[in-house]
Design a protein around this ligand. Structure first.
Ligand code: ADP
Length: 393
């Protein structure tokens, strides 16, 4: 029987999970997987720590409640290897608001506070919190820890986090929070070993996945980021617009008579790479396409990275290092090349063969900015926090 920390990342239609070995100091990954299609055609798949498939199950067309999905994952874990005993559960929670700038034990009082933040992240927060309630009801003694995507950015100065809106609104919490914080925190903790100069210097980390943002770090602390009040701001993403003149929203509401749900759907699900190309929000599909609309969407994506990078370099008053991470950042040499081309003006020069082979260092010896590719690991970051907060060792 092995003690494990279970990490859950629950969305509206999927629950991703990872299990980490408490016996190993470094929290080795022993299993990961997901149930996707919760609302339409639920399907479970699991892999061991070496990537070999260890389980799958298909429920056919239909609906699976979060409660049943969480119970299935728990049962699968218990019945595998020589039996795994879950000793604590860490949850990815997108929004910690102004109150939570650290991971926290998810007590009923904390959950009440976190539920108040649902309007700030309506598409993520309710689904992140649901499994915590479900598990607390079934097993009230199970230590559960909430880890926030916003927390890493709590170090940003007021100048970076304040919108030019009336101060009363700022006081109510209408301000920039920043997201992807668990990914940035993992990179910040990894940099001292991989790239000590980047860890000490002025570094921009580009988290380019389905969601995408950039974070400016000074000596490993967040000082600015492209995401703001919601995870809609900043770079264009798979299906999200990124930043927009707020006047566009007024136009959609007034002149085009769209309602707020329609605008939400447009900006979160039908914009970004998908909206611009009209083909797909998936970068691999666009890179493989010879349609000029795919090429334009990619050009716009790289151009916007260049623009936002310039803004963050200004916030840092210079740039010593640039780090690429997440699905596109880790795997697409072409997008890294294009993004770096946009940053040639500030002395970024990449070595194309190092870039093609994935780094980790992909800049030339003479580049003024060191460029790195570092795989992120948000789940491991959550597992570490969970072990610390739950006080188990
Ligand atoms: P999420 O934000 O959902 O965790 P990921 O970090 O896995 O997503 O990133 C998904 C994105 O990464 C998709 O656009 C996918 O096409 C892209 N991607 C993954 N591998 C490659 C690759 N080899 N080349 C280009 N894009 C890739």
């Amino acid at each position: 029987m092995a003690d494990v920390i279970l990490v859950l990342n629950a969305g509206s239609s999927s629950i991703k999970f990872s299990a980490f070995d408490m016996q190993s100091e470094t929290l080795g990954l022993i299993m990961r997987g997901q149930i996707e299609g919760l609302l339409s055609a639920p399907r479970f798949v699991a892999f061991d720590g070496h990537g070999h498939q260890t389980g799958d199950k298909d429920w056919g067309a239909g609906h699976l409640e979060h409660e049943e999905a969480v119970a299935y994952i728990g049962e699968f874990l218990r019945s595998h290897r020589e039996g795994n005993r879950v000793v604590a559960i860490g949850h990815r929670v997108v929004h910690g608001g102004q109150a939570f700038s650290q991971p926290v034990a998810a007590t009923p009082a904390v959950l009440d506070e976190l539920e108040k933040l649902i309007p700030l992240a309506p598409l993520h927060q309710p689904h992140n919190l649901k499994p915590i309630r479900v598990i607390a009801a079934r097993d009230p003694d199970m230590p559960q820890v909430a880890c926030f995507d916003t927390a890493f950015h709590a170090t940003q100065p007021a100048l970076a986090s304040t919108f030019a809106l009336p101060a009363a609104l700022t006081e109510q919490g209408v301000r920039r929070y920043g997201f992807h914080g668990l990914s940035y925190e993992y990179i910040a903790r990894t940099l001292p070993d991989v790239a000590p100069d980047a860890a000490k210097g002025r570094t921009v980390v580009a988290h380019l996945g389905n969601g995408a943002s950039l974070c400016a770090m000074a000596a490993g602390r967040s000082v600015a980021s492209t995401m703001g009040f919601t995870a809609l701001d900043g770079l264009p993403m798979g299906t999200r617009s990124g930043n927009l003149d707020p006047g566009v929203i007024l136009y959609l509401l007034d002149a085009l008579k769209m309602d707020t749900r329609g605008v939400e759907d447009l900006l979160y699900r039908h914009s970004g790479l998908l909206g611009v190309s009209g083909i797909s929000g998936d970068m691999r599909t666009l890179l493989a396409s010879d349609d000029p609309r795919a090429a334009f969407a990619i050009d716009l994506y790289a151009y916007r990275i260049g623009r936002e990078l310039g803004s963050l370099a200004a916030a840092l008053q210079g740039l010593d290092a640039l780090v690429f991470t997440a699905g596109i950042g880790e795997h697409s040499a072409e997008i890294r090349r294009r993004a770096c081309e946009q940053a040639r003006w500030c002395g970024v020069e990449i070595d194309s063969s190092a870039n093609e082979s994935g780094g980790p260092c992909i800049s030339t010896a003479s580049s003024k900015v060191a460029v790195w590719v570092i795989p992120t690991n948000e789940e491991l970051m959550i597992a570490r926090h969970t072990r610390d907060v739950a006080g188990i060792a």
